[in-house]
Design a protein around this ligand. Structure first.
Ligand code: GUN
Length: 292
């Protein structure tokens, strides 16, 4: 089997399956799932993400609502918009693009979203549900990672997994998902002693630190699965290049399976956002999510 895990292909398959399920709920339950994305300010990377989200939302047959607010928007005005979206029955998912401008308190904003319309899994209620094994919404990037791991490896039970990075968006929820799959989980971070030795013990390494090419081939146990969450822009010969947190060239020959950058985890994140939106829409309408 090809050791490269093709996230682009996997995401295409997921979107095709979602499109079928969306047309099923439209025909049989009479609603169209709607996703509202709120962007505050002009961050160029965020603008690209928001554009791609809108395009892919429409392509799978959902309604896309975009609110682009000025950088100087007050927290109060943003909270008012969220409260309107919470009350709008045609909106089933609300995503506030991060990062927010410095004068706005992110936790306050994220917790003001009705947790039943939270599609990022960032609301404390969904964080709590993930960590207690309840059926909430799971953050998109770790959800994409666990889907690809289960698809490639099958049952993950008993495997040792090292997550490098302890962010609320990726590292911590990733560790919770791996634990739910009965892995033995280590969360490593900047204070971890002898990180290469810790990684070398793992059957699964998930790199989510935001440091270009940090995880090297000789940190990987032969045959291990390597999931690279990093998206780092570096300069090579005067040109900008996208690289992960894993040094692909040295890791690929050692790994049993590995995600490339670009074309690995990245494409899965938006596909999982669409999955979460459909899931929340089905819950709000009290119908089962259609099966594959
Ligand atoms: N900014 C970068 N990634 C994300 C994400 O997954 N969700 C939100 N809301 N903002 C982001």
């Amino acid at each position: 089997m090809n050791k490269i895990i093709d996230g682009k292909l996997f995401a295409e398959g997921l979107r095709a399956s979602l499109a079928k399920k969306i047309s099923y709920v439209k025909e049989n339950h009479g609603f169209t799932p709607g996703l509202a994305v709120v962007l505050v300010g002009e961050d160029p990377a965020s603008q690209v993400y928001v554009r791609n989200k809108g395009k892919q939302t429409t392509e799978v047959g959902m309604k896309s609502i975009e609110h682009k607010l000025d950088e100087s928007t007050s927290q109060e005005a943003l909270l008012k918009l969220i409260s309107e979206l919470n009350a709008d029955d045609s909106v089933h998912g609300i995503l506030v693009q991060l990062p927010l401008p410095k004068h706005i308190d992110e936790p306050t904003v994220l917790d003001s979203i009705n947790y039943e319309k939270d599609v990022d899994g960032f609301h404390l209620m969904n964080v709590g549900m993930l960590n207690t094994g309840a059926d909430g919404v799971v953050p998109c990037t770790p959800l994409g990672c666990i889907m690809m791991l289960k698809d490639r490896l099958g049952d993950l039970s008993g495997k040792s997994a090292v997550v490098v990075g302890r962010s609320n968006i990726v590292g911590k929820p990733m560790a919770a998902l791996l634990l739910q799959e009965s892995c033995t989980v280590t969360i490593a971070h900047s204070r971890t002693k002898d990180l290469p030795a810790v990684c070398r013990e793992a059957d699964i390494v998930v790199a989510a630190v935001g440091r270009p090419k940090m995880v090297l081939g000789d940190w990987i146990k032969p045959g291990a699965a390597v999931i690279d969450v990093g998206i780092n822009r570096i300069e090579v010969d005067g040109k900008t290049k996208l690289v992960g947190d894993v040094d692909f060239d040295s890791a690929e020959p050692v790994a049993g399976a590995i995600t490339p950058v670009p074309g690995g985890v990245g494409p899965m994140t938006i596909a999982c956002l669409l999955h979460n939106t459909l899931q929340q829409a089905c819950r709000l309408h009290k119908v089962d999510m259609p099966k594959d």
